[in-house]
Design a protein around this ligand. Structure first.
Ligand SMILES: Nc1nc2c(ncn2[C@@H]2O[C@H](COP(=O)(O)OP(=O)(O)OP(=O)(O)O)[C@@H](O)[C@H]2O)c(=O)[nH]1
Ligand SMILES: [Mg+2]
Length: 314
């Protein structure tokens, strides 16, 4: 896939682009917290489906709920926002899913199947639209363009279960692995974990989303974008830290910080020195958005469509 496609200069300036992002992973790794943090950093034009209220989980963090069970995501939900990102209009849909259970293999398999079914159901919408005699030119693209897979930082790389789940997911969707709750790791622990995960992905031939590096084209690209891409490449799997509820202010400037406060210091979740949230946000919403969409249509949807048509013939 050509990295040319992600070039900013080639984007149409005024069309609204749709982007659908899903989060999955084992329980309590901070998926909902990540969605809340992303939501808070968006420049929202309006809630696209005004009749549909925003999910309560956006305003009620796990820490403010006394009962941990109450904060758990019980079922898949999604919501759509119209946002402005670097002067471009994006209709962004975020999909949050219930955490996978660790101790029940059968239930885990069912949960992964459910996540996959959701992804496939979106392909079915496109398929149904394509086969209509009179197509709706305003049909929504609900396909999942990127799926963030949250990895538990307590493991020494990918667990057997992670590998099994990732193998299934990567058949249908662009998967971006992320390390959850990176504040719990020291620099060297994080570096070691990143290496271990990279090694496991390679050893088990798991085709997670690969950030393209194409030397021939790099010269054509704006230097800033080329640097961004090179940067993103080296940072996979991205480390994520979600802020806590409490209002934290910068002791020097008095500005509000989205972060976590410890006895020994303050983490600023948006500071690229503290975690990769900002790079990941940029990759999703800006630099690689078009590429995620192109791969989804040209690879994942085509594959699914072929399978469905073959099955029908049989
Ligand atoms: N230390 C730390 N804690 C975090 C971070 N992100 C989330 N948490 C905490 O982890 C707990 C679970 O967070 P959630 O966002 O509800 O996790 P989840 O993955 O959505 O959980 P399920 O919906 O049950 O699968 C909460 O107490 C959060 O405050 C983080 O980056 N660092
Ligand atoms: Mg959740």
């Amino acid at each position: 896939m050509s990295s040319k496609m992600s070039s900013r200069s080639r984007r149409r300036k005024h069309a609204i682009s749709q982007l659908n992002v899903m989060v999955v992973g084992f329980r309590s790794l901070g998926k909902t917290s990540f969605i809340r943090m992303l939501f808070e950093t968006l420049s929202i034009r309006k809630n696209s489906k005004e009749e549909a209220p925003l999910p309560a989980s956006l305003f009620q963090s796990a820490e403010s709920v006394r009962d941990a069970e109450e904060a758990r995501t019980k079922e898949l939900y999604s919501f759509t926002l119209d946002i402005d990102e670097e002067g471009e209009k994006i209709s962004l849909t975020l999909v949050d899913t219930p955490g996978f259970v660790k101790d029940n293999e059968l239930r885990l398999d069912v949960q992964v199947t459910e996540a996959l079914r959701y992804i496939e159901a979106q392909f079915d919408h496109t398929l149904a639209e394509e086969t209509k005699v009179k197509r709706n030119p305003k049909a929504q693209d609900s396909q999942i363009h990127a799926c963030l897979y949250f990895i538990d930082n307590a493991n020494n790389g990918l667990s057997e279960k992670d590998i099994r789940i990732l193998k299934r997911l990567t058949v249908r969707v662009n998967v971006i692995p992320v390390i959850a709750k990176a504040d719990l790791l020291t620099n060297s622990q994080l570096a070691n974990l990143k290496e271990a995960i990279k090694k496991d992905l390679k050893m088990h031939e798991i085709p997670v989303f690969a950030f393209p590096v194409d030397d021939d084209e790099e010269e054509e690209m704006e230097p800033e974008l080329a640097a961004e891409i090179a940067n993103a490449q080296s940072q996979v799997p991205f480390s994520i830290i979600a802020p806590e509820d409490a209002t934290i202010t910068d002791p020097e400037t008095g500005d509000r910080i989205r972060g976590r406060q410890y006895a020994w210091g303050i983490i600023d979740c948006l500071n690229p020195k503290h975690c990769d949230f900002n790079v990941l946000r940029n990759v999703l919403l800006s630099s690689h958005r078009k590429l995620f969409k192109d791969i989804t249509t040209e690879v994942f949807y085509e594959q699914y469509r072929t399978e469905r048509l073959m099955a029908r013939k049989v």
